[in-house]
Structures are given as structure tokens and as C-alpha cells.
Write a new protein. Structure first.
Length: 112
């Protein structure tokens, strides 16, 4: 292990000290659409009064999340982002996003 992977310690004078290292765990494999349970809701907080449609609950790799986000954004004709397991689509497109995800085979729950 390299020095850069050590967690929580700058230097120790104890010769028996065991350093903790960061986990380099691989990303979780993407579940098939039939096993995913996505929640579609709307969020207005910390966005200057603007609304965004949030899709949460995605389990899978970042590449698959980006791909699904790109599909939703292009079908809604708006911008957004996909990171940290959630997809943000600018505007209130809850009904349209639910319809698109259902057509793709995902289990979808419409939130707030």
C-alpha cells in the first residue's frame, strides 16, 4: 500500500502502529431494470425557487447512471445531471419521467 492511501494519521512514532488504508472497493454491478425500484419526486430546496425532478434509488455503475440520465434529459428536452446515485432533470417532469422509466422496464414510484 502506498502512503497516500493511509487514513486518519499523518505520522506515528509507535513502531507497532497499524495504519488504516482506504478501501478500493469496486463499484456495485448494475441491477436489471426489473429489479430496480426508482423514486421520482420534485425538489425545490437550495435552487433559488427553481424546480428539479429527482430520480433516486438507482443501483449500479456510474456509467449506467450517466446513460440513463442522458436518456431522460434528451426525452424531456431539458438539462440536468446524474451523480451520486440520483438523476436531476431541470423542471417539473415527474409524469413524463415516470412514463419513460416504466416503458424502459423499471419499477417506479411517484413521490411528492
Amino acid at each position: 500500500m502506498g502512503k497516500k492511501n493511509k487514513v486518519g494519521v499523518v505520522y506515528s512514532t509507535n513502531p507497532d502502529y497499524q495504519y488504516e488504508y482506504e478501501d478500493d472497493t469496486p463499484e456495485q454491478a448494475t441491477l436489471p431494470p426489473q429489479q430496480q425500484k426508482l423514486v421520482v419526486g420534485i425538489d425545490r430546496k437550495q435552487r433559488g425557487g427553481k424546480q428539479v425532478t429527482l430520480v433516486t434509488g438507482f443501483v449500479g455503475t456510474d456509467d449506467d447512471l450517466q446513460s440513463l440520465g442522458r436518456t431522460l434529459k434528451s426525452k424531456c428536452g431539458v438539462g440536468g445531471s446524474a451523480k451520486e446515485g440520483q438523476i436531476m432533470v431541470q423542471g417539473d417532469f415527474r409524469d413524463k419521467v415516470v412514463a419513460i422509466l416504466t416503458a424502459l422496464g423499471y419499477k417506479v414510484v411517484r413521490g411528492n
